[in-house]
Design a binder for this molecule. Structure first.
Ligand code: FE
Length: 342
């Protein structure tokens, strides 16, 4: 009898310990820094991190299809617009964590506690050092000014970073002004929108245009493109020909966005999932994001990389990032109205 009970409890313990010792992450991020952080988390806690990487919308689709049967505990993705999308589809659950609330400023996390920003990126103006002088630059609004005709490089309207930037314009100025702005920027484009953020910087360096709209960490990635990687020489050379300008310093501040995480609604390992997100918001982890991936920390008092330090402090737009999600479809509509991609 006792022997049987012993086996029963043994199996139970074994069962729980197996379940308790892992966490599965669906991630849109594909950086070495993330792998390093997951390994460090495992070393500290003994919890194995299983990572499944794919594009955000694929991960969201997969979570929808898997429903209660999912193995995913944490969804990691870039852009508050996408985190909001996962939340709207009821794929995330409420997380009560004093640690996360203390470390992450309120506008960088979901007011309903379903997602948390972990790194900050600014969407800035990158300009040709040869052809543009910083005093000529000022605001996002100024990008619609005819003085920039044929000079601006920016990617397509399907890109969520652009949708979020336009959502912030709508949030601050209303839809009518946002339409006028998007129309103005479209008229000033050096070419039809194409390529990724790095592609816009390469095009500025090649003289196709003078200004590009780019997320800050791509500059760090280009400056440090590993020898032998794709177009590494071109990337490093392009980096040396451009500089960064933070718009709207006298107004709302530069548009920022986050990469962040949430616990999935049906997470089999909820406690481990929260532990992992808390770890990623710790000083140690935030320093890795800042130094190795050139992202701004959400936690204050964290040492930045040399490049980020060289840009100096800047005023950030403190719009609640939830707004970017709420206004996402309106932003897409405005892009369609002005025929952004045509
Ligand atoms: Fe990116």
């Amino acid at each position: 009898m006792f022997k049987k009970l012993g086996i029963f409890f043994g199996a139970l313990l074994l069962g729980t310990s197996v379940v308790a010792n892992e966490v599965t992450v669906y991630s849109h991020r594909h950086y070495d820094a993330d792998k390093k952080l997951f390994d460090e988390f495992t070393r500290e806690t003994g919890i194995t991190v299983n990572v499944i990487k794919a594009k955000s919308d694929e991960l969201i689709k997969r979570l929808e299809l898997e429903g209660e049967n999912t193995n995913a505990d944490v969804l990691v993705t870039v852009d508050a617009g996408r985190l909001y999308r996962a939340k709207s589809k009821d794929l995330l659950q409420v997380v009560e964590s004093k640690t996360l609330e203390e470390r992450i400023p309120a506008h960088l996390r979901d007011p309903d506690k379903k997602w948390f920003g972990l790194t900050v990126r600014a969407r800035v103006i990158v300009y040709s050092k040869d052809r543009v002088k910083p005093p000529q630059l000022s605001t996002y609004a100024d990008l619609a000014n005819p003085q920039w005709k044929g000079k601006i490089l920016i990617r397509k309207s399907t890109n969520i970073y652009n949708q979020s930037l336009l959502a912030s314009v709508i949030a601050h100025n209303g839809e009518e002004k946002a339409i006028a702005w998007a129309e103005g920027v479209k008229k000033n484009m050096a070419r039809k929108p194409k390529g990724n953020d790095r592609g816009q910087v390469l095009a500025v360096a090649a003289g196709e245009g003078d200004l590009a709209i780019v997320n800050t960490y791509y500059l760090g990635i280009m400056q440090n493109a590993p020898e032998g990687s794709k177009e590494w020489k071109e990337q490093r050379e392009a980096f040396s020909k451009v500089s960064v300008f933070f718009p709207d310093q006298k107004g709302n501040g530069t548009h920022i966005n986050v990469s962040g995480a949430g616990v999935t609604k049906h997470a089999p390992n909820k406690a481990n999932a929260i532990k992992l997100i808390e770890f990623l918001s710790s000083k140690k982890a935030q320093e890795v994001y800042a130094k190795e991936n050139f992202e701004f920390p959400v936690l204050s008092g964290v040492e930045l990389s040399t490049l980020l330090k060289s840009w100096g402090d800047f005023k950030r737009d403190d719009l609640s990032l939830n707004k970017l999600g709420e206004l996402n479809s309106e932003a897409s509509k405005v892009f369609d109205i002005v025929g952004w991609d045509n």
